[in-house]
Design a protein around this ligand. Structure first.
Ligand code: IMP
Ligand code: MG
Length: 189
């Protein structure tokens, strides 16, 4: 993991639009390792199918899967709920569906951030209807006090304030996913 890259504290090419560091690259790295260890323990003997929610969870998925010491399988789906704005529309669209059958599988949804919870709520119902043996969620970020839908999240990386953030997969108009840390966004969306 490139937690010592030039993105770490400076990200000079992005700095004019970035506010505070919300979670540093080092903190992300350490927490992802902890989550991987926990998942390794919890799923020993029944490795999960990790379902990455594109695009925002791609960095998290990439690091998390390598922190799990089990023969996990991975698949990807893409949903869109935001369009180009920074607040959820509440309407979730499946842009890419899964390739694998969920019947009888231990499924772990890997999400970047739970804000209103509408996206996850929709995903849970959608994936839950395909008869997985279990269906749990691992979310990197949980926005404090923002959930319009009650969520039970088995794994959460960090609880953060409700400000809009970018980096480590999270974007504003598709930009800044390639930062190693997570920052508030102070530019124009
Ligand atoms: P929700 O449906 O309101 O929970 O929003 C969830 C989705 O919106 C996430 O999967 C992200 O793709 C996106 N999102 C929510 N908050 C942020 C943010 O602060 N930065 C970037 N994307 C966000
Ligand atoms: Mg997302």
């Amino acid at each position: 993991m490139s937690q010592h890259s030039s993105h770490d504290f400076t990200a000079h090419w992005a700095q004019h639009e970035l506010g505070d560091v919300v979670v540093s690259a080092k903190e992300v790295h350490e927490r992802v390792c902890e989550l991987g260890e926990q998942i390794t323990k919890d799923y020993a003997g029944h490795p999960p199918l990790l379902v990455c929610v594109l695009k925002g969870a791609v960095n998290f998925m990439s690091d998390l899967m390598r922190a799990i010491e089990l023969p996990v399988e991975v698949d990807f789906m893409a949903v869109s709920s935001y369009g180009a704005a920074t607040k959820t529309s509440g309407v979730v669209r499946i842009v890419k569906d899964l390739d694998v059958d969920l019947e009888g599988r231990d499924v772990l949804i890997v999400e970047d951030v739970v804000d209103s919870g509408l996206t996850l709520n929709y995903l849970r119902q959608y994936l839950g209807s395909r008869n997985p043996k279990s269906l749990e969620v691992c979310a990197l970020l949980l926005k404090e006090g923002e959930q319009r839908v009650e969520q039970s999240l088995k794994y959460v990386g960090f609880s953060i304030p409700s400000d809009f953030v970018v980096g480590y997969g999270l974007d504003v108009n598709e930009r800044y996913r390639n930062l190693d840390g997570i920052y508030t966004f102070i530019g124009k969306p």
